[in-house]
Write a protein that binds this ligand. Structure first.
Ligand code: ASP
Length: 313
């Protein structure tokens, strides 16, 4: 008998308000989420590795303009795209991350190569790109990532002299649109992958939780895999993904209890808004959020597909 496998993904915890979401836009987002989770499940269904599945799922969202990762990433103060990504494999506890990359079409793929093909865990900026180009990655022009929507959003932020964390005329974009995936494969391996453009109007080489193992991404076999989305400054200080794993390991909390304890408890108390996806060693998936919504989808151990946007769904 084949062992169970399951996958969950998120497309960010900042969702477009119901009243501003057209039916056609909603359908496009639901379709992209479905394609993403299905891409990962196809790999798991043919006996593939959890990290391969998580990376494949994230790449679909990086390639979609609807999410804040890869194409469609938010813009920095200098009107550039600067992306962060990380991956972790629960069997080896090996991990890879990149931060501040500007010309890599799929940063999550590069994070995986940092894990597999370097002696390091995290590479940043030009160094990370040199590592990529030495391995045959294409140089992707900034134009590829650029979307009109993100440009307008940046102008609005600049006019107000604010960063993305404050009010915006784009209620969806004032928050977060990072993408991520967690998976359990049929060999019992857990893995997590996360990718982002960060926050609008960021300056000075700001890096968020998405690039930080233990904050935005964590995976540990026989325990849990976690990918987060939200205000990185809080998620880093609360080491959110690692904290969920630690609660499960030391307190024997289940995946739901541990995830909710962190997201609705200490993180929220600190003022941190956002959410996470987590999957345990049995393939039990949990979505936790203290925001009004989080783009999310899963294919569970029974093969059932679930795709949702708002917190009250
Ligand atoms: N966590 C990301 C960051 O702070 C933002 C997001 O989740 O969209 O860079």
């Amino acid at each position: 008998m084949t062992k169970p496998f399951a996958i969950a993904i998120h497309g960010g915890a900042g969702t477009i308000l119901r009243e501003q979401m057209s039916e056609s836009l909603k359908q496009e987002i639901l379709d992209a989420l479905t394609r993403s989770v299905q891409a990962g499940a196809d790999i798991l269904g043919s006996g593939g590795d959890a990290l391969e599945a998580a990376v494949a799922a994230v790449k679909v969202m990086e390639d979609s303009p609807h999410f804040n990762a890869g194409k469609g990433s938010v813009l920095t103060h200098c009107e550039m795209v600067e992306m962060d990504a990380s991956v972790m494999h629960g069997a080896s506890m090996n991990a890879g991350a990149v931060a501040g990359v500007r010309h890599i079409r799929n940063p999550v793929e590069l994070a995986k190569d940092v894990m597999l093909d370097s002696d390091h865990v995290m590479l940043i900026g030009e160094g990370a790109e040199t590592f990529a180009f030495e391995r045959g990655y294409d140089y992707t022009e900034q134009d590829y990532f650029f979307t009109e929507r993100r440009y307008e959003q940046l102008q609005s932020m600049k006019q107000k002299g604010l960063f993305a964390l404050s009010e915006s005329k784009y209620p969806d974009d004032k928050k977060y649109g990072t993408v991520g995936a967690v998976a359990l494969d049929s060999h019992g391996n857990l893995a997590a992958a996360t990718s982002t453009g960060g926050v609008t109007n960021k300056k000075y080489g700001r890096v968020g939780d998405t690039a930080i193992i233990g904050a935005g991404t964590y995976a540990e076999n026989d325990n849990v895999a976690v990918s987060t989305t939200g205000m990185g400054e809080y998620f880093i200080r609360k080491t959110v993904a690692g904290d969920v794993a630690a609660r499960m390991r030391y307190l024997q909390e289940d995946v739901r209890t541990a995830s909710e304890s962190v997201i609705q408890g200490e993180l929220k108390d600190m003022g941190g808004e956002g959410g996470l996806i987590a999957i345990d060693a049995n393939g039990e998936v949990h979505f936790a959020m203290n925001s009004t919504g989080m783009y999310r989808a899963s294919i569970d151990v029974s093969g059932d597909l679930c795709v949702k946007i708002y917190a009250d769904e």
